[in-house]
Design a protein around this ligand. Structure first.
Ligand SMILES: [Fe+2]
Length: 421
């Protein structure tokens, strides 16, 4: 719960061309994306030797593979013969990687095992030169991370306070329940920004004010990453039911965890206490471990943004993870990866199929609990991007509730300036 000091970042407008210009997107790719640790996928998808998944980022595709010795290694997903992509995007298991073009074969560790007609290469086939190119790869929290910069600092150092704050949740034991990619017509930062403040909640998600308190949100900025604690199971000061236990709190929280709302006559603090206690009881049969979480963590959304493109909406029973990926060439497009993990280690949750969608006019995610809220955000994104193109709009005008966006830009510009933050 300890607060970070408020950062002194000034009040300058943020130029909009960072969101719209292909030149800026190229600088981002060269100076930022290739130097940061990126969440590539889940360790739970790499149970056995030879299990692999690909991770698409910008113009690159990375092949992440469980090695026979139990370690996880990453390589560029490209055959060193003529540049063919070795594997289609996705997951699988392989004993070796064979290029579909000419049949060159690579071992799981990336060394060239065999090339067709090797005698037809009088210059020989130097093993070192023709091994799949390695990529830095480390794990934390059940997540696999890669870094395209060979000289990058270790992952733990990069993550800063994040493991200390999030290890108590034990994500490595949580179960993946949703795995979805949504194509959105906006810059990847337009999407990151949309989840970095609670200032938009009263306008975009008016129906939630009955059971969340946008006005009580706290914002913390760390070295690269940021946090907000977004109070839930409490009505907003902007809502007439503030200071009472609203129908929304009863319906969306208390009733869902088995509290008898007819016989509940407590006040707002009792509702939060009751909700936390009920979740703790519920979790016992599901294998959830709440031993290191306090009641605030049981009720509120502990929201972390790991620079540059990872959003954690951490709740006691589930975590929504958003991964915002840039389009390889168009700054007005991005890929929004949506993962939901459930804190139900004792439950058998089948690995969900990867779904692909395009953001439409809303309603795309209404089948997911809370998905209508995400739909409201996705509805905004292309409209923000379209509006930013206007000659009438030059820069983002940010207030104190948007300090995480300002901090994000400060971190980004330190990378662009090639000063390692
Ligand atoms: Fe939102």
């Amino acid at each position: 719960m300890q607060r970070a000091p408020w950062p002194e970042l000034g009040h300058e407008p943020i130029p909009k061309d960072r969101y719209t210009s292909p030149e800026f997107a190229r600088s981002e790719w060269e100076r930022m994306w290739q130097r940061v640790w990126l969440f590539a996928g889940f360790e739970s998808d790499l149970k056995r030797s030879g299990d692999y998944f690909t991770f698409e980022i910008g113009t690159e595709s990375i092949l992440v593979v469980r090695q026979p010795d139990g370690s996880v290694a990453a390589r560029y997903n490209v055959c060193m013969h003529r540049g063919n992509r070795l594997r289609e995007p996705g997951r699988g298991n392989a004993g070796r990687f064979t290029c579909a073009y000419h049949g060159w074969q690579y071992c799981l560790d990336g060394t060239l095992l065999a090339a067709t007609d090797p005698e037809s290469f009088p210059q020989r086939l130097p093993a070192e030169k023709l091994a799949l190119r390695p990529v830095r790869c480390e794990t934390w929290g059940g997540f696999v991370w890669i870094n395209l910069h060979a000289g990058a600092i270790p992952l733990r150092e990069y993550l800063g306070v994040i493991p200390e704050h999030l290890d108590p949740y034990g994500f490595e034991r949580w179960k993946l329940e949703t795995d979805m990619t949504i194509e959105v017509d906006c810059n990847w930062k337009t999407s990151v920004d949309a989840f970095n403040e609670a200032y938009h909640v009263h306008a975009t998600h008016a129906a939630t004010l009955e059971f969340t308190d946008d006005t009580g949100t706290t914002y913390d900025c760390y070295e690269r990453h940021t946090r907000m604690i977004f109070p839930e199971v409490i009505a907003s000061r902007r809502h007439p039911g503030h200071g009472t236990v609203t129908e929304g709190i009863k319906k969306n929280f208390l009733a869902r965890v088995g509290v008898d709302v007819e016989s509940f006559h407590g006040g707002p603090a009792d509702a939060r206490r009751e909700f936390a206690a009920a979740v703790r009881r519920l979790g016992e049969s599901l294998g959830s471990d709440f031993s290191q979480l306090d009641d605030t963590q049981m009720c509120d959304d502990f929201h972390y943004t790991v620079f540059p493109n990872l959003t954690f909406n951490v709740h006691s029973m589930f975590v929504w993870i958003f991964r915002h990926r840039p389009h390889p060439t168009d700054p007005n497009k991005m890929y929004f990866d949506f993962f939901n993990l459930l804190n139900t280690p004792a439950q058998d949750v089948p690995r969900p199929r990867h779904e692909r969608r395009r953001a439409g006019e809303g309603g795309d995610l209404s089948h997911i609990p809370g998905g209508e809220i995400l739909d409201e955000d996705l509805y905004n994104l292309p409209r923000i991007q379209a509006g930013m193109q206007s000659s009438a709009f030059e820069a983002l005008h940010l207030g104190d509730q948007e300090i995480r966006i300002r901090h994000f830009h400060d971190t980004l510009m330190r990378y662009i300036a090639a000063v390692s933050p």
